[in-house]
Write a protein that binds this ligand. Structure first.
Ligand SMILES: NC(=O)c1ccc[n+]([C@@H]2O[C@H](COP(=O)([O-])OP(=O)(O)OC[C@H]3O[C@@H](n4cnc5c(N)ncnc54)[C@H](OP(=O)(O)O)[C@@H]3O)[C@@H](O)[C@H]2O)c1
Length: 329
């Protein structure tokens, strides 16, 4: 395993690759829990001790499965990141709520599902337009004082909101959409994004020592080279709701994938590993929270770290990507 360090996380050694736990919540492909648990154990054996989950992934199921898989592990050797702010009631309708009152309840629910006493990073999943971020961050600082979380993170906020949050407490990490095709994406699953990862957030993280957690590093599988022009998901798969993975937009992306496949063949490396190493090479990019829900994915993805992209290879990738207006696709 390769490690990186960030000043806002007290220079702890964090693995270059982490385990993204959305799909093990069961909303992607009805994966069986036993398979998810095997994948988590395989990842742990390979040195992946960073896990990113959220209460809303499978309405508690992802946190519960992760908790089961990690039971008996040395807690001090694990780094668990979860999120807050997307809550649901009996009718399972999800609302955004980042009030102090809600946060005080949410943290205990996450800790119970995960079977742990504290989270390493607790991240506001999406902004709550009805609650002042000051109330949210101060409540998170209070929960940090109680010892229930170690660091505060934000996900999907604008640079302006990040700076404001930073003036109300200490934000250690930012999680956002970032991969070889989506540098400054405007939308995620059709939801408008108010941040520019490459142009705004990464420079802020670099200058201030925050860790940047890139989500959908493999573009939900598109950047592994395995997608066809259509019929990639069944109807229960959340990815079938991502407009970028359908119709004309998908076809435009597949042209670039084809160019990258030629390059991958030339250097004799899998496209998925090229994609991961493109992120690993960027200093402020922290654990790459890839969806590693099969043992094979965990093994293949961690094997990316057995080699590095040379400067020449990085230049060749930049030339291929430079032929397309990625932010406009
Ligand atoms: N903060 C947020 O708002 C937010 C939003 C989205 C995601 N996230 C986090 O980011 C994590 C990862 O993002 P993601 O799940 O969207 O996507 P991802 O890591 O970009 O893609 C995961 C998919 O890629 C394929 N795959 C993974 N490893 C592979 C390998 N070695 N070889 C071939 N295919 C491979 C699998 O697809 P198949 O199953 O089709 O084979 C897998 O389901 C999530 O689990 C979650 O923790 C956060």
């Amino acid at each position: 395993m390769k490690y990186k360090k960030y000043t806002r996380l007290n220079n702890e050694a964090l693995p270059a690759i982490g385990f993204g736990c959305w799909s093990i919540g069961g909303e992607w492909n009805n994966i069986e829990d036993s398979k998810s648990i095997r994948a988590i154990h395989t990842a742990l054996d390979l040195g992946v001790n960073f896990f990113d989950t959220a209460p809303v992934y499978g309405k508690g199921h992802s946190e519960t499965v992760l908790g089961k898989a990690l039971k008996g592990s040395d807690r001090s050797k694990l780094f668990i990141a979860s999120k807050c702010g997307l809550v649901w009631g009996e009718d399972l309708h999800v609302d955004v709520n980042l009030t102090r009152e809600s946060l005080l309840k949410e943290i205990d629910r996450s800790l119970t599902r995960l079977g742990v006493d504290y989270l390493d990073v607790w991240q506001c999943h999406w902004p709550d337009k009805d609650t002042d971020l000051k109330e949210t961050i101060e409540a998170m600082e209070e929960i940090k004082e109680m010892g229930k979380i170690r660091y505060i993170g934000l996900s999907n906020y604008s640079l302006e909101q990040l700076k404001y949050a930073d003036s109300c407490g200490e934000v250690a990490s930012f999680q956002g959409l970032y991969n070889m095709f989506e540098h400054n994406p405007d939308t995620y699953h059709g939801i408008p994004l108010t941040y520019k990862t490459k142009d705004e957030i990464l420079p802020y993280c670099r200058e201030n020592g925050l860790m940047y957690l890139p989500y959908s590093p493999l573009f939900q599988g598109l950047l592994t080279g395995s997608f066809k022009a259509e019929g990639n998901f069944d109807e229960n798969d959340k990815r079938s709701e991502n407009p970028k993975l359908l119709g004309e937009t998908l076809l435009s992306y597949l042209k670039i994938v084809d160019d990258l496949k030629v390059f991958a063949k030339e250097i004799d490396r899998p496209l998925s590993q090229i994609t991961i190493n493109w992120l690993v090479a960027q200093k402020e990019v922290g654990p790459i929270i890839a969806g590693l829900d099969h043992e094979k994915y965990a093994k293949d993805t961690v094997a990316s770290l057995e080699w590095e992209l040379t400067a020449e290879m990085q230049q060749q990738i930049a030339e291929i990507l430079g032929k397309y207006d990625l932010d406009k696709l």
